[in-house]
Each structure stands twice: as C-alpha cells, then as structure tokens.
Design a protein around this ligand. Sequence first.
Ligand SMILES: [Zn+2]
Length: 225
Amino acid sequence: MSESHLGHTTSVESRKKMRLARLGRKHSTETRAKIGRLQIGHEVSAKTREKLRLFRLGSSLSEETKKRISFGLARPEVKERIRNARLNQVFPVRDTKPERLFFSRLMKEQRKRLATLGYFIIKHPNLGFCQPDFALFSKDKPSIFIFIDGCYWHCCPKHFPIAKFETQKRTLYYDRKNESIFKLYGIPFIRFWEHDLNTKFNRHYSVSTLIKTLEGIQIAYFLQC
Ligand SMILES: [Zn+2]
C-alpha cells in the first residue's frame, strides 16, 4: 500500500469494490514472490491470527466446497489422482482364491520337483513397479515371475473379452505396461488364467505348464552358459 493510504481507512463499500475488481485475477509468479518476501520477518499479532482463523473457518469456502468437505468427497480430478496414486502403491496383498488354489496345488504336487530344479517360491515379491503374485527364485538361474489373473479383473478372452468398466480398463492398462517392462528386460514371466485353474479338465494344466516353462528356461539357461 502506498504512503498516501497510511492512516486512511477504506470503507466497506470500497473494499467490496476492490474485492470485485480483483476477483478472478491472479498475481504473477513475480508478484507472489514479492509478497512472500514482504511477509518474511513480519509478525502477525495474536488478534490478527485469531481473526484469520475465524475467517478461514468455513466462511471463505463456497457452499459447494463446504458440502463436499462435509461429505468427505473430493473433486473428480482429485479423486482420479488419488486413485492413480493408489494403483502405484504396493501393499501386502491378501491372496485371492485362484492364487491360493494355484499355490496349494503347486506345493502338493510339485514341491520336490521345484526343489530339484533349484527353485524356491516367494509370494508377492515387491519389484517396485509391480508386484507379481509369485516369484520363483534360484541361486544360479534367472528368476521367474508368476501372475494369476482373475477372469473378471484382467478380462480373460474367454469370459470377459471386452473391458466394460473403468476398473477393468485400468487393470488391463497396468497389465500391458508391466508386461512390456518384463519383455524389455527379458525377465521370464508366466500368466495363468483363473478359469484354467478352476475347471476339472484343466486340473493339471497350470502346474504342468509351469514345469514345462521352468525346464524350458533351464535348458535355455544352460545353452547360454
Ligand atoms: Zn476366464
């Protein structure tokens, strides 16, 4: 404020006019920096602080915003941002039904064989960019990652060939992204469909496929050396 304004009180009406004149206009980055510098070392009295607190206490918020806050609802774009952040989060995942089925079958039927091949199994290893359902680690062979994909979420071509919902589309997007990373770095991985684990006909499908793949990788590994 200029010198001429010192000691001069602005009427409520004028303040209203000034407010309306400013409405919708934003300070430039330079001006914001200037204001910030002016604030440094400037102490706000307890009275002013209380005033500011009361002013911020809902009075400056629009009715819509107040409503949104009271219902705990965020703006759609904020929601989307939170959702995307959650997708990138890696948390301990509880095993899904097909995962449990796969694991129990593998342990029951192929435990010894896996051990002979020199592999040990780990659930939900954290790779940073994604978390496969299982990993087969070995001291001297490349690791193999296993995905057990639910028919609905991952849109299997047999039961849900078209992704209808946002959640499915997002899952597919991340599947493709992760797959391309695996392929780019030549990391072996296998995907199993939930329906291949469930049906009677395919009772041995998953485990035999896995063992075949393991042996294939092992052969490839020995050929390389
Ligand atoms: Zn299916």
